[in-house]
Design a protein around this ligand. Structure first.
Ligand code: XIL
Length: 338
């Protein structure tokens, strides 16, 4: 049977997933990824927290190992992420970093050095970078303040990251990646994303696409029981506005948080698959969408197991393949949507 990568390719799409850490060391999981993915993205290995032990050095060993493996397997690589615009996920040293007597200059230097070094190192392999990740505080709709933006301003920080990435990797697709709180009915997060993208376009910031993370049924998109709970019209209006700016769309981190769903595994898998299918049908109705990435292929390694356990204590089933690497209904839902 054809792989998801092959089925996607037949429709002019790219399909892939994330790999990294312990799951990258599992030969069976690597084989599953090699078989199913045309594209992979390191789960944590290209982030500041992994590449920057301190302000003066870089550590590329983990990222290089994934890139080397992917290249060997003839799998493309996405880059994630050159700047996580949130203190929580940046390395601890940055929060207490001494920016000296000319903090604006030093913040510019540090960010420019980081983005040009990482994007430049992988520019010959990575043809699409999540340049900036999650810049918006969903509770206020404002851009987050970070150690860097405190000295540069939030918009200038984001612009600088994109401009630097564009110089270091001129051929790469440059993406702003976010989760959009897309089922929150107040639309505050979505509106803030539109304001950000609009501003970037107006300022001539080199951005090519919006990455829609697509953690379905997550904290900000609560009920994974079909698209009934999604305000489809509001979501389409949002996507229309984004594509109307001339931006492409990517599904960058698809999984389905099956936390509130019932214990019966068959029923749960069915709901997860139906939700995936309805969501991808909607997304793929946009010709601007060519890339679909899962955030993990197998339930065994889903990051969602790390938080908010299911009330019945059973393992989560958010991915297209189960913990023993067997295909689930979600796999067929993805294949069917292509
Ligand atoms: C997650 C990883 O999967 C975890 O291993 C890590 O502890 C935290 O980050 N949005 C993103 C990804 O953009 O980088 C996150 O990945 C998942 C949510």
């Amino acid at each position: 049977e054809a792989s998801l990568a092959e089925l996607a390719r037949r429709k002019g799409l790219r399909f892939g997933s994330t790999i990294g850490g312990a799951n990258f060391r599992d030969p069976r999981y690597r084989a599953l990824n090699a078989a199913q993915c045309g594209l992979i993205v390191p789960e944590n290995e290209m982030k500041w927290a992994a590449t920057r032990p301190d302000a003066h050095s870089f550590d590329f060993r983990a990222a290089d190992a994934i890139v080397a493996w992917a290249t060997e397997q003839h799998i493309g690589v996405r880059g994630h992420t050159l700047l996580w615009h949130s203190e929580q996920w940046m390395p601890g040293w940055l929060a207490t970093y001494d920016f000296g007597r000319e903090p604006q200059k030093e913040a510019t230097r540090l960010l420019t050095e980081h983005v040009s070094t990482v994007a430049g190192r992988y520019a010959s392999v990575v043809d699409s970078f999540d340049v900036v990740n999650e810049a918006i505080d969903p509770d206020t709709g404002r851009l987050r303040e970070t150690a860097l933006s405190r000295h540069l301003g939030a918009e200038a920080t984001i612009d600088l990251a994109f401009r630097t990435a564009s110089r270091a990797a001129p051929k790469a697709e440059l993406v702003y990646n976010d989760y959009m709180s897309w089922q929150a009915d107040d639309g505050r997060h979505r509106d803030a994303v539109l304001r950000l993208l609009d501003g970037m376009k107006a300022r001539g910031t080199p951005i090519d696409a919006l990455g829609v993370q697509s953690h379905l049924g997550s904290k900000y998109s609560d009920s994974p029981t079909g698209l009934g709970s999604l305000d489809e019209r509001a979501w389409r209006t949002f996507l229309d506005e984004v594509t109307g700016m001339g931006l492409r769309l990517l599904v960058t981190e698809l999984d389905v948080h099956d936390n509130p769903l019932p214990t019966d595994i068959g029923g749960r898998d069915r709901l997860v698959a139906d939700h995936t299918r309805a969501y991808l049908d909607l997304m793929l109705s946009y010709p601007a969408l060519r890339t679909i990435m899962c955030w993990g292929l197998s339930d065994r390694y889903s990051w969602l197991n790390g938080s908010r356990p299911r009330p019945d204590g059973t393992p989560k089933r958010p991915c297209p393949f189960d913990a023993d690497y067997a295909p689930k209904p979600m796999r067929d839902a993805i294949a069917g949507a292509f």
